[in-house]
Design a protein around this ligand. Structure first.
Ligand code: ZN
Length: 109
């Protein structure tokens, strides 16, 4: 008798999403919106996945590369501590035209 694997097992699915994110980011840089469209995960779930991905990357001496969000109007660069969330407004010129942060991973050697 052979046991079938359950494809809907939640822990297994969580791991797969992060693997999808990882392989997609190897071809980055992508914004959260682009990444969510590419892997079919809601954008609001990405910050958590990215945080977990960073932890597992750290264990392999790798790093998530983040191009910080930037104001299109005045060029203000947002601090990296807000990097997993898209800022809504520039603190300097109050413009709402914000270029979202982009994520990527270096190609695997
Ligand atoms: Zn600005």
């Amino acid at each position: 008798m052979k046991q079938e694997q359950n494809p809907n097992e939640p822990v297994e699915r969580g791991r797969t999403i992060r693997e999808d994110i990882e392989s997609t980011l190897r071809h980055g840089p992508l914004t959260a919106a682009e990444l969510s469209a590419a892997i079919g995960v809601p954008e609001r779930d990405l910050p958590e996945h990215l945080s977990h991905l960073e932890l597992s990357l750290r264990g392999r001496s790798e790093r998530l590369l983040v191009l910080p969000a930037r104001c299109v109007r005045c060029g203000f660069v947002f601090e990296t501590r807000t990097r997993h969330k898209k800022p809504s407004r520039c603190p300097r010129c109050k413009s709402e035209r914000i270029e979202p942060p982009r994520y990527s991973l270096p190609p695997q050697s």
